[in-house]
Write a protein that binds this ligand. Structure first.
Ligand code: PMM
Length: 316
């Protein structure tokens, strides 16, 4: 286990950056809204993501795209709980993506092992007590307010320093409320009250967030800043969200190499490969330091890049 990535009590200790696959049970998420808006399809999609290499699946029933209005509680429960229950029963490691304590609580009772709250406990005062009562791992994401008007809050002097300070405060509130510090995961909240330049600065400055002493989750998948990068400038229309998966995998490789604990992605296969390549490079770097050479001692994944199967395929 990398000392960079850290450990989350209550979850497996992966020997590389983990991959969290996204299951949005919503009609209106920015990149896949409507596709899995049916319990059976959502469960099948979650299981497909696991087969493609997802270590965890994150089930959410409320879109947080910029400008989105809140979904009501009964509807969120209706969307999320059956999907969590079936995926957990099928053996998937399930995370619930919600800002509501009631949804988190019922999801945990239905088998969810992690609570992913994009508000870091700020949206619902009952969230921290629920997470503390169940002692489940808790994602504390950087958030400055609901999606409906969050873009107005994308005002920073030094974005990395401010996100770091605000995350520290959210983390301290969670710990003061009884959440075990060893169960907290930190997330810079790319795209939440942030412009493209802020997101890129946070990816570039990820190592500074390690000062918080907790594992880092990075969720760049298909986000606006990648659209901006691919468009090459503000005047050109960005490619649609669905055409940002290669760019997403590039971020997965970069942040895995920077020591991220997990990446949250819609398209799992490419990021599952990316984190394995990052792991192999990490090992090569470590053996170069210890042996004074740059040998490759294994990849952490059977049949992975450079593994014993590589030559059998005749590829160079
Ligand atoms: N982004 C979205 C939803 N949930 N959870 C975490 N922890 N971090 C994020 O950045 C995040 C999230 C945005 O919507 P999507 O489900 O369509 O990606």
């Amino acid at each position: 286990m990398s000392t960079l990535r850290g450990r989350v009590a209550g979850l497996p200790d992966w020997d590389r950056c983990a991959v969290m696959g996204v299951v949005n049970v919503t009609p209106d998420s920015f990149s896949d809204g409507g596709e899995w808006f049916d319990t059976e399809l959502a469960v099948k999609h979650g299981l497909d993501l696991v087969a493609q290499g997802a270590d965890l699946v994150d089930v959410g029933g409320e879109s947080t795209r910029p400008g989105a209005a809140r979904v009501d509680e009964a509807e969120e429960l209706r969307r999320v709980i059956p999907v969590v229950r079936e995926l957990a029963a099928a053996g998937a490691l399930v995370s619930v993506d919600t800002m509501r304590a009631s949804v988190a609580e019922q999801a945990v009772r239905a088998g969810a092992r992690l609570v992913n709250d994009v508000s870091g406990g700020a949206a619902d005062p009952a969230m921290v007590p629920v997470v503390a009562a169940h002692q489940v791992p808790f994602v504390v994401m950087h958030w400055r307010g609901q999606s409906i008007d969050m873009n107005n809050r994308a005002v920073y002097g030094d974005v990395v320093t401010e996100v770091l300070d605000e995350l520290r405060q959210s983390m301290e509130r969670a710990v003061a409320g009884g959440v075990g510090p060893d169960r907290i995961i930190i997330d810079p909240g790319l795209g939440f009250a942030k412009e493209a330049g802020h997101d890129l600065a946070l990816v570039a400055g990820l190592a500074r967030l390690r000062a918080l002493g907790r594992p880092l989750l990075v969720a760049a998948s298909r986000k606006r800043f990648l659209g901006r990068v691919l468009a090459g400038g503000a005047e050109t229309a960005p490619p649609p969200a669905r055409e940002r998966d290669a760019a997403t995998a590039a971020v997965s490789a970069i942040v895995a190499r920077e020591g991220a604990w997990a990446v949250r992605v819609h398209e799992v296969r490419a990021s599952a490969d990316a984190v394995r390549v990052a792991r192999a490079v990490e090992e090569a770097a470590a053996s170069a330091v210890t042996a004074g050479t740059s040998g490759m001692s294994g990849t952490g994944a059977s049949g992975g890049p450079g593994g014993p199967a590589a030559n059998a395929t005749g590829t160079v």
